[in-house]
Design a protein around this ligand. Structure first.
Ligand code: IPD
Ligand code: CA
Ligand code: CA
Ligand code: CA
Length: 256
């Protein structure tokens, strides 16, 4: 069963995170000096892929460090072995394993597990979302003026002037809104799903950052779109995830 394999793979990756956390491991740089990949990212990825391969040798895989493994299958596993690598590398326990399962282009399962806080978020399309097996739902806040929001920034800034990401952030901060930046898009999304935050937006994500988390938000009753309000696809860069009530007002703010 896909769900069983998903949970097994998530646990296998999380075990690696826990083993390496606070220990010593090699850290290398990717696109910039702060875009990191550690020995643990690669070890967790191997552990996750091994579990999936054992049960489903012919499924497609898209994973941050390993890239794309194309197969003739309608199922694709989208893996972020550690989301929040920079936190992980500095001993900050805001990081997780994130795995989404896509069938014929539709996300059907998602799991995000932060073993350092022992929080496992899970969703199955049409069956709701859970945190450690208890049903979760988004917040009921209806007014942007008291919204609690979270965002993220890319490792590589685009050269556009003025920079849209900074303009949006500045606009919210100038309204006195408490905006956070946790450093893990998957956790950001799950914390919207369980009502800790009312909204999350980011300008430049990859499919593995959001694949599981966006399904978890939707299944918890929230809304996820791009900045134009179009149906969200994890293969696009922009994401706005909200409790639903604030969605239109936040789209207006982002596009103002
Ligand atoms: C990053 C985190 C971060 C987001 C970046 C992502 P990584 O993923 O999700 O919150 O702002 O855009 O790349 O590199 O830690 O897997
Ligand atoms: Ca990364
Ligand atoms: Ca990521
Ligand atoms: Ca990662």
């Amino acid at each position: 069963m896909l769900k069983t394999t998903l949970l097994k793979a998530t646990q296998a990756g999380a075990k690696v995170l826990q083993e390496y956390f606070n220990g010593t491991f090699t850290v290398s740089h990717k696109s910039t000096v702060n875009d990191l990949v550690t020995e643990a990212d690669k070890a967790a990825e191997t552990a996750i892929i091994n579990v999936i391969r054992e049960d489903y040798p012919d499924h497609q895989i898209l994973s941050e460090e390993a890239g794309e493994i194309k197969m003739d299958s309608s199922i694709k596993w989208i893996i972020d072995p550690i989301d929040g690598t920079v936190n992980f590398a500095h001993g900050v326990p805001l990081c997780c394993v994130s795995i989404g399962v896509e069938q014929d282009g539709e996300m059907i399962l998602g799991a995000v597990y932060n073993p350092l806080m022992n929080e496992l978020f899970f969703a199955q399309k049409g069956f709701g979302a859970t945190l450690n097996d208890r049903r979760i739902s988004v917040s009921s806040k209806t007014n942007v003026s008291n919204a609690f929001m979270v965002t993220g920034f890319p490792y590589l800034w685009e050269e556009e002037q003025p920079n849209h990401a900074l303009v949006t952030l500045e606009r919210f901060l100038k309204q006195g809104l408490p905006v956070r930046r946790l450093g893990s898009a998957a956790i950001d999304l799950c914390w919207v799903a369980c009502g800790r935050f009312d909204a999350f937006w980011e300008h430049h994500l990859n499919a593995w950052d959001s694949a599981a988390g966006y399904l978890i938000v939707q299944e918890a009753g929230g809304k996820v779109t791009d900045f134009k309000g179009n149906t969200y696809s994890p293969y696009q860069k922009q994401i706005l995830a909200t409790n639903g009530h604030l969605h239109n007002d936040l789209l207006k703010e982002i596009n103002r």
